[in-house]
Design a protein around this ligand. Sequence first.
Ligand code: NAD
Length: 270
Amino acid sequence: MKKNIKTLSGQIALVTGANSGIGKAVAIALAEAGAKVVVNYVANEHAAEEVLKIIRDKGGEAVALHADVSNEKQVQAMFAQLFKLYGTIDILINNAGLQRDAKFWEMSLEDWEFVLRVNLTGQFLCAREAVKEFLRRGLRPEVSKACGKIICMSSVHEIIPWAGHVNYAASKGGVRLMMQTMSQELAPYKIRVNSVGPGAIKTPINESVWSTPSAEQELLKLIPYKRVGEPDDIGKAVVWLASDDSDYVNGATLFVDGGMTLYPGFATGG
Ligand code: NAD
């Protein structure tokens, strides 16, 4: 008989960039699975409060904390506040990310560095604080078999090159090896580090490519499963990767992409 206990009961989760798109869906899904959720935001506090309301209306527990993930001091201050509120952390979802697109030869150094700083350095800064706490605290066998779980929001562009988005693709390629290296180094301490690699998911980051029927038709050519993803597709995958159901999964990227990484251009012979 299955015990009627939620998969993530008693665990504390931090989701960065959780007031929009994928992060919002992930925060809600984690709360539904029983975790207490910290909703990080850098701008638009009102949107973060809306996420809290959705979670609380469903009977979950959540607080919002401000920090720019690319700022070391702000990240450390956010973790200090989190520890004051909840005492510890069990799950980190490194989700915050953005794009600043340009043709390669027109890309400014500022846009190159800005995207790397948020998408890659931001994940490093948050993961470092979480890992310090996992190591200090040790295992909590009453809530999980692992001492801590980190899930990096990567992208299909950790392996698919993307013209016009060199800073973004480089940042996600960096996330891939950062995640794998962390996993190799931290698995002996029972810390699990994995990534989710979304394909095309309907969020504000890519509204221009799905908001009109003709743009959506173009996009569908890249998706063998013939539908654009929803934020909740990612929420479900993250809950699984954060739970003991995936306890033997270490250093993996779970692509949730309707088959976008299957080189659909070759489906008709190439
Ligand atoms: P989004 O724009 O809706 O959400 C991004 C979130 O990150 C926002 O809440 C934003 O405020 C936050 N953020 C940006 N800079 C930040 C900073 N310095 N500090 C803290 N928060 C910051 O976009 P999304 O699609 O939900 O993107 C979420 C993640 O998923 C990103 O890492 C993105 O690269 C990844 N992703 C998205 C897709 C997609 O199709 N939507 C595909 C692959 C990967």
